[in-house]
Design a protein around this ligand. Structure first.
Ligand SMILES: Nc1ncnc2c1ncn2[C@@H]1O[C@H](COP(=O)(O)OP(=O)(O)O)[C@@H](O)[C@H]1O
Ligand SMILES: [Mg+2]
Length: 430
């Protein structure tokens, strides 16, 4: 508060001559009073003072308080006033014999104490001015402190909430991680189990096919003898039965051969070498010459020669032969048109081969099933076969680090796709 502003003083003093003296002193004061006016209101009791202060809140700048009043004495006078008027500076007026008491009031929040009769106007006014200033500064500080405290509390609260939230997500995360670990463990166990059972199956397939070959040979040769020696001699019915037996033996022979080939994909696979797929496909076309001619099939290859891949040549021949063979075998009434293509998608480190036909096609619900061992969608009477071919293809492609699948539509045709990782351009030309 600038010193030039008017000053409103509430004087609580029952001794009229003391009050008069203060009025006089203040009116005589010369410091900083150029333009400032001093208004003094007086009350003679504590109760009166408190009432006056409460009724005129904000009007007074300072209270001058005598401790010895008719309705209150000593320290109590100050503490009672403080309870009601804590925001306004209070200066305690005291006699010489009460200085200790006055000091105690300062300790409890009075801005100052003045010993009556020991001051001139200037020191009195200065004390008042400083008390007002000090109280204002204290209040401002207190406000700032309160604001700060409020902010700290708010921020603490926010932080606590954040921590709580964090705890929740952390908990969730931990639960998910645990689940994942469990799942991974389960998967690992399943994979191990699968490898074990695959190995067992391979072993079984190999032993079974190998051991079955011997008795089958006996059956076949005996049947051959039976046929050549007794055909036409035992009656028509016997000929038919012998025919069935011969067909059965042939089919079994084929089954065993296919199963053996299947079991040998991993156990007897050759080390990978650069293989020219163009050569492989021509080799297959040559192998399938009879079927191609019989079916009136056309096989189309891309204008660019097919690429080289790292692989097992014999297995790649088996792969293409099964796919092209199927494309011819599962033909519709249309003459078979088989189209072989390859794509090398930019940024992709594998070739995508496809074998497309215009044959009978299949319902896509069986698209996965056809790649399992012995799974056929047709009877032997409709189409010959053992149901091993596509399972063999899958095993070969997977051994080469690729994938195989089919897209098909019943009555329209099928396209078998498979991928094979390519060798870097730097190693071999495409
Ligand atoms: N190109 C194709 N078009 C239609 N169906 C096919 C084709 N290739 C395979 N299939 C179906 O998938 C089954 C499994 O094929 P595969 O394993 O080669 O056995 P197989 O040729 O001995 O019958 C076939 O019996 C046939 O039903
Ligand atoms: Mg087949």
């Amino acid at each position: 508060m600038p010193f030039s502003q008017p000053l409103h003083v509430l004087l609580i003093e029952d001794n009229l001559s003391d009050a008069e003296l203060i009025r006089e002193l203040l009116s005589e004061a010369t410091v900083d009073t150029k333009s400032a006016q001093i208004y003094i209101e007086q009350e003679e009791t504590l109760l009166g003072g408190v009432r006056r202060y409460s009724e005129n809140e904000g009007m007074f700048d300072i209270i001058l308080l005598d401790l010895a009043l008719p309705d209150s004495q000593g320290l109590e006078t100050f503490t009672k006033l403080m309870e009601r008027a804590s925001y306004i500076p209070i200066i305690v007026l005291t006699g010489l014999d009460d200085v200790d008491l006055a000091v105690e009031t300062v300790r409890r929040g009075a801005q100052d104490y003045l010993v009556k009769g020991h001051h001139d106007g200037d020191t009195l006014l200065r004390a008042i001015r400083y008390a007002v200033e000090r109280k204002q500064a204290q209040e401002a500080l207190k406000r700032a402190h309160d604001e700060l405290e409020q902010k700290v509390q708010e921020r603490t609260h926010e932080l606590q909430e954040e921590i709580e939230e964090h705890k929740v997500t952390e908990g969730e995360l931990r639960a998910t991680t645990d689940d994942l670990q469990e799942l991974t463990e389960e998967l690992r166990e399943k994979a191990e189990e699968l490898i074990r059972s695959n190995k067992e199956l391979e072993q079984f397939a190999y032993i079974a096919s190998h051991d079955l070959q011997e008795p089958l040979r006996t059956v076949t040769s005996s049947l051959g003898l039976l046929e050549s020696r007794y055909k036409g001699k035992l009656g028509e019915e016997a000929d038919t039965f012998i025919g069935y037996a011969v067909d059965g033996a042939k089919h079994m022979h084929q089954l065993i051969r296919d199963l053996l080939a299947y079991s040998r994909v991993t156990s007897r696979g050759e080390a990978f070498k650069p293989v020219h797929c163009e050569g492989v496909v021509h080799h297959v076309i040559d192998n399938l010459k009879v079927a191609i001619e019989e079916g009136g099939a056309t096989i189309t290859l891309p204008k660019q020669p097919l690429p080289m891949v790292m692989g097992d040549k014999m297995q790649l021949i088996q792969l293409f032969q099964n796919l092209i063979g199927n494309a011819i075998k599962f033909r519709s009434k249309r003459p078979p048109e088989v189209q072989i293509s390859v794509e090398r998608a930019a940024g992709c480190n594998e070739y995508l081969f496809s074998v497309r036909d215009n044959g009978i096609g299949m319902d896509m619900q069986y698209a996965d099933k056809v790649f399992t061992l012995f799974q056929r969608l047709h009877t032997l009477e409709q189409y010959s076969g053992t149901g091993v071919g596509l399972a063999l293809c899958k095993k070969i492609v997977e051994r080469h680090g690729g994938e195989i699948w089919v897209e098909s539509e019943l009555g329209k045709g099928s396209t078998f796709y498979f991928t094979i990782p390519h060798i870097g351009r730097s190693e071999l030309p495409v």
